[in-house]
Design a protein around this ligand. Structure first.
Ligand SMILES: NC(=O)c1ccc[n+]([C@@H]2O[C@H](COP(=O)([O-])OP(=O)(O)OC[C@H]3O[C@@H](n4cnc5c(N)ncnc54)[C@H](O)[C@@H]3O)[C@@H](O)[C@H]2O)c1
Length: 263
């Protein structure tokens, strides 16, 4: 067996040229960054959200990178929406190669006071929504005998936190195990399933936490690199996990966390 590395492979190992990606939650902070990153590295990108209007800026970013963009409305927790997303993507591009499940929400309450409806909503969007997108793209990838799935987890899946994460942390713990489960189940179809787990980063959602001096100190004390993440910190992980460079990597949770889970 030839053990020398083919230089052509090395040159193209991070290329996403001629690939089609779906990024859910594309209007959000992380979704926008990942969609833009995949486009710059060569992919056409379908971005989804519940409201089409909110996707206009990210569509412009993808097109500015020289790639095709398509905005589709989809509530990830609604199965018929997810089925339509896959159908419309195939109609527009003929195929799909990469799924990144970025759509997610966070709600924080003390566990003993957590309104159960709010708890359930977190589960519905973060767990059920992630599963539905994986389930329906999985059918397509199984036929193709190829595909890359990247779920979005969080450091909150790794360990508990005093900040009221009884729903969010639990949901992301489920995303981690779902990632490993699907990786194991679908390895025979050459489908890679991995997760990116960032630590806290600046978005309108986390502003309340990061602008609270006391909470900010609690969060930073747990990040050895001493700063919150930036959305751009996760782009490299997404490009790697979407590209041929990660073809033998599956079932991994890649923490983009300034060292949080290391210590
Ligand atoms: N912000 C952080 O510090 C942080 C840290 C770790 C992980 N994450 C994860 O990163 C992902 C993106 O978070 P963000 O901070 O960019 O938040 P964001 O609110 O900016 O983006 C989330 C997007 O998901 C969309 N969304 C919510 N519910 C949906 C549904 N039912 N169907 C379709 N879309 C829906 C929202 O409209 C929004 O556009 C989430 O999964 C979040 O849990 C965030």
């Amino acid at each position: 067996m030839e053990s020398r590395v083919d230089l052509n492979y090395v040159r193209n190992m991070f290329s996403l040229a001629n690939k089609v990606a779906i990024v859910t939650g594309g209007a959000g902070a992380l979704g926008q960054a990942i969609a833009q990153g995949l486009a710059v590295h060569g992919a056409d990108v379908v971005v989804t959200g519940r409201t089409l209007k909110t996707l206009e800026p990210v569509v412009k970013d993808i097109e500015a990178a020289g790639r095709k963009a398509l905005a589709l409305s989809c509530d990830v927790a609604v199965e018929k929406d997810v089925e339509a997303l896959m159908r419309d993507t195939l109609n527009a591009f003929g195929t799909v190669d990469i799924l990144v499940t970025v759509a997610g929400i966070a709600k924080r309450f003390p566990a003993e006071e957590f309104p159960i409806d709010e708890w359930q909503q977190v589960m519905d969007i973060n767990v059920r929504g992630t599963f539905l997108c994986c389930k329906h793209v999985g059918k397509i990838f199984k036929e193709k005998k190829k595909g890359k799935i990247i779920t979005i987890s969080s450091v909150r899946a790794f360990a508990g936190h005093p900040g009221g994460y009884a729903a969010y942390g639990t949901s992301k713990g489920a995303v981690n195990l779902l990632t490993k489960q699907l990786a194991t189940e679908w390895a025979k179809y050459s489908i890679n399933v991995n997760s990116i787990a960032p630590c806290i980063f600046w978005t309108p959602l986390t502003q309340e936490v990061l602008e609270n001096e006391q909470l900010y100190k609690v969060f930073m004390s747990r990040i050895p690199m001493g700063r919150a993440a930036l959305t751009q910190d996760s782009i490299g992980a997404a490009v790697y996990l979407a590209s041929p460079a990660s073809d033998f990597v599956t079932g991994q949770i890649l923490y983009v966390d300034g060292g949080t889970v290391a210590g």
